[in-house]
Design a protein around this ligand. Structure first.
Ligand code: SAM
Length: 464
C-alpha cells in the first residue's frame, strides 16, 4: 500500500485552500461535506466559492507563509507550478497534510473517490495511478450500496451504547448486530420502510437478553474456497468467512482469499504440503472440535471442494461424533476450475462421454490405479496430485491400450494470474513438463477434449 487509508474528523477545523477557481471549488465542496471551516486564499476567488456556507474567511491576495499557522489541512489548487512547489515544501516542513491537486509527487495525502452513505463512507484510491478506474469502481459501488444503508447505519449508531450496556460480552454483541444486518430489519430499511424498521430495531434491542446470546453454541463450516481465484468463491463461503471467529486454512487457499475473512477472526494455518503437514490430520480434526466446543463459529477453509480429495469427510466425521453442528459449503473443484480457465471442456459429444477424477498420489507414494478401466479413449481422465507420478501414469495408460498420441495437458496454478498450460500427448507430455520449471498445484487432463485447447483457450494475460 503506497497510501494508508484513514478517515479524518475535520468538523469545525480550519482547512486552507490556496486557489480560487473551479478546481478549488470542487475541493471546497468536498471539505464542506465534512463540515470543515474553510479559509480560501487567492487574488481571484470565484463567486460560488465565496458563497459556500462553510467558507469562513476569504483572503483576496497572494499566499503568505503565516496563512497555514492554524491549518489542520491544506489544499493547493493554483496554476502556478513554482508556487505549488513552494507551498508543498512549506507544508512538509511543518508536518501539515497537503494535497496539491493533480500533482501526487507534491502531496502528503490524496483525496479518494467517495461513495457517501453517511455515516457509511467508502473511499477508493488508485494511489494516483488510475483515477478513472477508481471513479468507475465508485460508480459500481454507488449502484450496489443503496442510500438506505446510511439510515440503517445511523439507527444502529444511536442504539450502540444501549446494546453495549445490555450485552457486555463482545461476541454476544456481534451476533446480535449480525442478526440485525442479515435479517428482516435490515431488509425493511432497504425497502424504504424506515419508520417500521426503526420501531422493530428498538423492539429487538429492548427484548435482547445477554444470556441467550452468549450461550450460542459453536459450530463448524467446512468451506470450499475454490481453486485459487477469489472471484470463484461462492456467496455463502464469503458470508461465513466474514462472520467467523476462527479460520483454519491450508496451503492451497491463496492469501488473497484468506484476506477476505473477517479481519478480527483468529487465523490458524494448518499447512498441508503433500508429505509435510504443519498440523497432522488427527490434530486438525481435534482442533475443530475443541474450537467449536469453546463456542466459536469456526470456518475450515479448504482448497477446491472439501469433498473432492480434500479429506473433508474425515474432518466432519469427528464433529458428527462429538455432536457439533456443522455444514459443508461446496467449492469449485480444481478439475472444473482448470478445465474452464484453460478452455478444455471435461466432456464433449465428439470426444468424451464420461469423465473420471483420480488421485496420482497414494498413501505410500505409489500410483496404483485401475489402468484397464481408465484406458478408455472416449473418456476424460483428470489426475489430481499427479505431477510426480506423471511419467508413470502416461506409460501405464499406453501399456493398457491408450494410443500414445492421446492428447494430454498439465495445468499449473489454474484460474490464477500465474496459470500456465502445457499440452502434448501421452508420449511426450512428461518430457515437455521436465523442460519447464513447474510450480504446484498442477492438474493433468487426459483425453481427446485436450484437442479443443487451441480453439477454446480464452484466459490470457488480458483477462488476468
Ligand atoms: C489435496 S488435493 C485437493 C483438491 C481440492 N479439494 C479440489 O477440489 O480441488 C490438491 C490437488 O488439487 C489440484 N489443484 C488444486 N488447486 C489447483 C489449481 N489451482 N491448479 C491446478 N491444480 C490444482 C492439484 O492436483 C493439487 O495437488
Amino acid at each position: 500500500m503506497d497510501y494508508f487509508p484513514a478517515f479524518m474528523n475535520l468538523k469545525s477545523r480550519e482547512c486552507v485552500i490556496v486557489g480560487g477557481g473551479q478546481v478549488a471549488l470542487r475541493k471546497a465542496r468536498l471539505l464542506a461535506s465534512a463540515n470543515a471551516q474553510l479559509v480560501v486564499i487567492a487574488p481571484d476567488i470565484c463567486k460560488e466559492l465565496k458563497n459556500l456556507k462553510q467558507v469562513h474567511t476569504t483572503h483576496q491576495r497572494e499566499f503568505r507563509d503565516a496563512d497555514i499557522d492554524n491549518a489542520t489541512l491544506l489544499i493547493v489548487a493554483t496554476n502556478d507550478t513554482k508556487l505549488n512547489e513552494y507551498i508543498s515544501r512549506l507544508a512538509h516542513l511543518n508536518n501539515l497534510p497537503v494535497n496539491v491537486v493533480d500533482n501526487p509527487s507534491l502531496c502528503s495525502f490524496i483525496t479518494p473517490s467517495i461513495v457517501d452513505r453517511s455515516p457509511i463512507v467508502v473511499a477508493i484510491s488508485s494511489g494516483g495511478s488510475a483515477p478513472v478506474l477508481a471513479r468507475s469502481l465508485r460508480a459500481r459501488l454507488e449502484s450496489y450500496i443503496p442510500p438506505e444503508y446510511g439510515q440503517l447505519a445511523a439507527s444502529m449508531g444511536e442504539l450502540r451504547a444501549q446494546v453495549k450496556s445490555k450485552l457486555p460480552n463482545e461476541r454476544a454483541r456481534r451476533i446480535f448486530w449480525e442478526k440485525i444486518v442479515n435479517g428482516p430489519i435490515a431488509k425493511q430499511f432497504l425497502r424504504g420502510n424506515q419508520s417500521n424498521a426503526i420501531e422493530q430495531l428498538h423492539q429487538a434491542v429492548d427484548s435482547t437478553d445477554n444470556a441467550a446470546n452468549v450461550k450460542t453454541p459453536g459450530s463448524v463450516a467446512l468451506v470450499g474456497a475454490g481453486p485459487g481465484n477469489p472471484d470463484l468463491l461462492t456467496f455463502r463461503a464469503l458470508r461465513l468467512m466474514q462472520s467467523a471467529d476462527v479460520i483454519l486454512h491450508d496451503r492451497l487457499v491463496s492469501p488473497e482469499i484468506v484476506d477476505l475473512c473477517r479481519r478480527d477472526a483468529e487465523r490458524i494455518y494448518v499447512g498441508k504440503q503433500r508429505d509435510n503437514h504443519a498440523l497432522p490430520q488427527p490434530k486438525i480434526n481435534q482442533l475443530l472440535i475443541e474450537l467449536a466446543q469453546q463456542g466459536n463459529s469456526v470456518v475450515r477453509l479448504k482448497g477446491g471442494d472439501p469433498f473432492i480429495f480434500g479429506r473433508g469427510g474425515e474432518e466432519i466425521e469427528g464433529l458428527a461424533e462429538a455432536g457439533i453442528p456443522f455444514e459443508v459449503v461446496p467449492g469449485i473443484t480444481a478439475a472444473s476450475g482448470c478445465a474452464s480457465y484453460s478452455g478444455i471442456p471435461l466432456t464433449h459429444r465428439n470426444y468424451a462421454q464420461s469423465c473420471v477424477f483420480v488421485t496420482g498420489h497414494l498413501k505410500n507414494g505409489t500410483v496404483n490405479l485401475d489402468w484397464q478401466k481408465l484406458a478408455n479413449p472416449d473418456q476424460t481422465i483428470v489426475v489430481y496430485m499427479g505431477l510426480e507420478g506423471l511419467p508413470n501414469i502416461c506409460r501405464e495408460l499406453i501399456n493398457h491400450g491408450l494410443a500414445d498420441t492421446t492428447p494430454a495437458a498439465l495445468i499449473e496454478q489454474g484460474t490464477t494470474p500465474q496459470q500456465q498450460v502445457i499440452t502434448g500427448d501421452l508420449n511426450n507430455l512428461a518430457e515437455l513438463v521436465s523442460e519447464k520449471s513447474v510450480t504446484a498445484p498442477t492438474l493433468m487432463i487426459i483425453g481427446g477434449v485436450v484437442n479443443l485447447y487451441e480453439k477454446l483457450s480464452w484466459f490470457s494475460v488480458a483477462n488476468k
